[in-house]
Design a protein around this ligand. Structure first.
Ligand SMILES: C[C@](O)(C(=O)O)[C@H](CC(=O)O)C(=O)O
Length: 276
């Protein structure tokens, strides 16, 4: 168990490249459904646990959506994410019947309810002695405007959130403004391709003042395109679109075949010592 405090964990997050567990991506890939508040804590936690434990040295930021219910569910979510090995989570102010932050006609809960969620998250972190970084996200910009969204983020920070996430930033000016208005609290930029926000590179986002940049859809689109092309090829030609290097062994090496064989040898069981 790491002895890093949440502050140290935050420094690590700011310095390193991280992995993220996207709620939208998990909903699409595990449930085959759109990001409309249908995924549950258990499904998100299982995915988060699997990915967090692939490489314990790469911090994972996981989407916690609305916390999946009232304060007690938020408390449970944060506790379970800590147990799953997640390094940071983001928690938002949409109702539990939420939608992707880059869709239209979003709603948000009252400020008091949002602050109860953040408070429950802070209590859960303290109770479990965890070092998880709490990222407060607000979706209020679209419906209630910049001042209310800023007030929500400031309130969340005063309760104990470590990072602010203004969902759906609409311009570079607004981006610069929020980073300035919340300084020294680190602000996260959500780079959603084709979403509401300006299409920024990581360098551009850093220049505007963001300290953490996430690309939740970076793999989903390309994977979908690649799988569609492969399926089309199979349908049209009856043969698989495989590269010359595709064989079971090469593919299994991507998911740890060499490491597994090394464990077998080191344990003395030698089930695979003749090779595979
Ligand atoms: C950050 C986000 O919550 C996610 O699920 O990763 C989504 C991203 C997306 O829909 O691409 C979001 O609501 O912005």
């Amino acid at each position: 168990m790491t002895a890093l405090s949440a502050a140290a964990r935050l420094r690590q997050l700011l310095a390193d490249q991280n992995q993220i567990i996207t709620g939208a991506g998990t909903t699409a890939s595990r449930l085959g459904q759109p990001d409309l508040g249908v995924i549950t804590l258990n499904e998100m936690r299982q995915n988060a646990e699997m990915i967090s434990n692939l490489d314990r040295f790469t911090p994972v930021i996981a989407d916690a959506d609305t916390g999946f219910g009232g304060s007690l569910m938020v408390h449970r979510t944060v506790t379970e994410y800590i147990q799953a090995g997640v390094a940071a989570l983001h928690l938002e102010d949409q109702p539990t019947s939420k939608r992707c932050g880059h869709l239209r006609n979003k709603q948000v809960v009252a400020k008091e309810e949002y602050f109860s969620r953040i408070t429950a998250a802070v209590i859960a972190r303290k109770a479990s002695g965890g070092d998880i970084v709490l990222i407060a996200r607000t979706d209020a910009l679209a419906t209630l405007g910049y001042d209310e969204a800023l007030a929500r983020l400031k309130g969340a920070i005063s309760i104990g959130a470590d990072v602010a996430f203004l969902e759906g930033v609409t311009s570079k000016e607004e981006a610069r403004q929020v980073c300035h208005d919340l300084s020294p609290t680190p602000v996260l930029f959500n780079a959603v391709s084709g979403g509401i926000s300006p299409n920024l590179t990581a360098t551009e986002a850093r220049e505007l003042g963001f300290r953490i940049i996430i690309f939740p859809g970076f793999a989903l689109g390309p994977v979908y395109a690649a799988v569609s092309a492969a399926a089309k090829h199979l349908k049209e030609t009856g043969s698989q679109l495989a590269s010359r290097d595709d064989n079971p062994k090469n593919l299994f090496n991507v998911v740890g075949l060499r490491e597994a064989l090394a464990i077998d040898m080191a344990s003395g069981e030698n089930r695979f010592s003749e090779g595979v």
